[in-house]
Design a protein around this ligand. Sequence first.
Ligand code: FES
Length: 119
Amino acid sequence: MAGTPRGELICSVDDIQVKQALRVLIDDYPVVVVRDSDGGIHALGDTCSHADISLSEGEVEGCAIECWGHGSQFDLRSGAPLQLPAYEPVPVFALEIHDNDVYVDVTTVTNGAPAPQLG
Ligand code: FES
């Protein structure tokens, strides 16, 4: 992609292993950057929509991450919960890969979830 990437530089693509979840703070807002089972990289709000638990502490399987709190899984592409008790999506953020580096723009929510309140 030409031009300057949008968002914050998070890490190199090679810093995230397949099925790994990396928690980062962007403007004090917790984000989880996840590599799915096929190697795709996604950026979502790190807080489960059911309660205040970090999704980065959960297991990645396929293209979903599971919250250890009560077992809801969230689709990494859409942020949608795949089963109860969570029923609200978590925000999915614009992500660009530029020169093998990962950039996340938390001002751009791509799935219609409420935008985070940034400090
Ligand atoms: S806190 Fe995540 S499913 Fe309950």
